[in-house]
Design a protein around this ligand. Structure first.
Ligand SMILES: [Fe+2]
Length: 393
């Protein structure tokens, strides 16, 4: 059986499997400066010793100070671990787990972006069994009784504070993607103060990534509870309504807070509805041409979305109306305006036709993690790659 037939046959499988995985349903504490609530939450939950995880850049900006103050005010002891720099590695996880062991942590607070969240998830999963080697937690599915986490994202984009996946570089430097079955995230704090000084380019690319999670969730071929579909649609609406205005008014707290919520709903979409080909293309192009996830998403979103438009027309129409547009064409116009603002519109000349066989292989392989509206043939993938390369919509 060819790989295409195999992929076609299992297209709905990830959507079925994910229903068997217990997913976080955290209490959300939101508002400007709400990271100061971390200590109160720990006290109320009965946590006595916390490992506070952040990264070197955030540490140098002092983002952790308010969290530490609130822990001290509530009599919760803590240990700070911030030796995270760039993409998470097994070494960082190992060092973080040792820090958790030293302070006998009964809770992990993750303060940061995707790298901090992913590192913290594997620390939380491995910290109940200090004798087991870290490599055992880098398998495709990790069954673990984890320490409870309080996740405080510092970007409004990945939604990683909600998701049960983690990508860590193993001892050979190869990225390994794990689903942590049983990850406990009782609390998430969405504090817009942490995002308010983000540069415009970062705000835009993170916001477009968040939107893509909601968008791909809305059109995925997965049976979804109404409330989850509503969150995914709200994710798209909130980004479209608030992200463009932040370019000229970056310190608008209300809009920043709404973007934090949109990103969180996007994380819920990844959990419940999975992503689709926008992410399969973006992961591949990002990895091969070394561009950020946000840029890759911005370049792939419209070419993929328009290519599969007729396969999910009812869902697209419902999403368009929810976002205040007459139809899918109106929604695509809004997406196009947003992507133009990000500076990532137009063609992507780094893509070369000689790379197509490798790009197709990687896109095919990544796509089996999702439940897209259709399984693309390699010929269809080439058509979409041409559109991304040439800047056609
Ligand atoms: Fe993404």
């Amino acid at each position: 059986m060819g790989f295409y037939l195999f992929r076609k046959m299992i297209r709905r499988l990830p959507g079925i499997v994910i229903k068997a995985v217990p997913l976080p349903e955290p209490v959300i504490t939101e508002g400007f400066g709400t990271r100061l609530q971390a200590g109160r939450i720990c006290k109320e939950r009965g946590y006595h010793s916390v490992l506070l995880v952040t990264d070197k850049v955030l540490y140098s900006l002092g983002f952790q100070e308010s969290v530490i103050k609130s822990l001290e005010e509530n009599g919760v002891s803590y240990k700070l671990f911030y030796n995270i720099d760039g993409e998470p590695t097994v070494g960082m996880v190992s060092e973080g787990r040792s820090a958790a062991e030293e302070c006998r942590a009964d809770c992990i607070i993750a303060l940061g972006g995707g790298a901090v969240m992913d590192t913290s998830k594997v620390i939380a999963a491995s910290a109940r069994n200090y004798r087991r080697r870290i490599g055992a937690y880098l398998t495709k599915f990790v069954l673990a009784k984890t320490l409870p986490m309080i996740n405080i994202p510092t970007t409004a984009g990945t939604g990683a504070e909600m998701t049960v996946g983690a990508v860590i570089k193993n001892a050979k430097g190869v990225k390994s993607s794990s689903v942590i079955v049983g990850l406990k995230v009782p609390d998430v704090i969405l504090d817009s103060e942490l995002t308010v000084n983000a540069p415009s380019k970062v705000t835009l690319s993170c916001g477009i990534d968040a939107l893509s999670h909601g968008f791909e969730g809305c059109v995925a071929d997965v049976k979804t509870r109404d409330e989850d579909m509503k969150k995914s649609m709200e994710c798209v609406r909130l980004v479209l309504e608030n992200l463009p205005a932040l370019v000229d008014d970056p310190h608008n707290i209300d809009r920043r807070q709404k973007l934090c919520l949109a990103a969180n709903y996007g994380g819920n979409a990844i959990n419940k509805q999975l992503a689709g080909y926008v992410h399969a293309f973006a992961h591949t192009i990002g990895a091969v041409y070394h561009i950020s996830h946000g840029e890759a998403i911005a370049r792939c979103l419209l070419p993929v979305a328009k290519f599969q438009e007729n396969l999910c027309s009812e869902k697209l129409q419902a999403l368009a109306v929810y976002c205040g547009c007459e139809n899918a064409a109106g929604l695509f116009d809004k997406l196009e305006e947003l992507i133009a603002l990000s500076g990532f519109a137009g063609g992507f000349s780094k893509i070369e036709e000689k790379d197509y066989p490798e790009l197709i292989r990687l896109i095919d392989a990544d796509s089996i993690n999702y439940s897209p509206p259709k399984t693309f043939t390699d010929k269809e993938i080439v058509l979409i790659l041409n559109r991304i390369k040439n800047g056609e919509k």
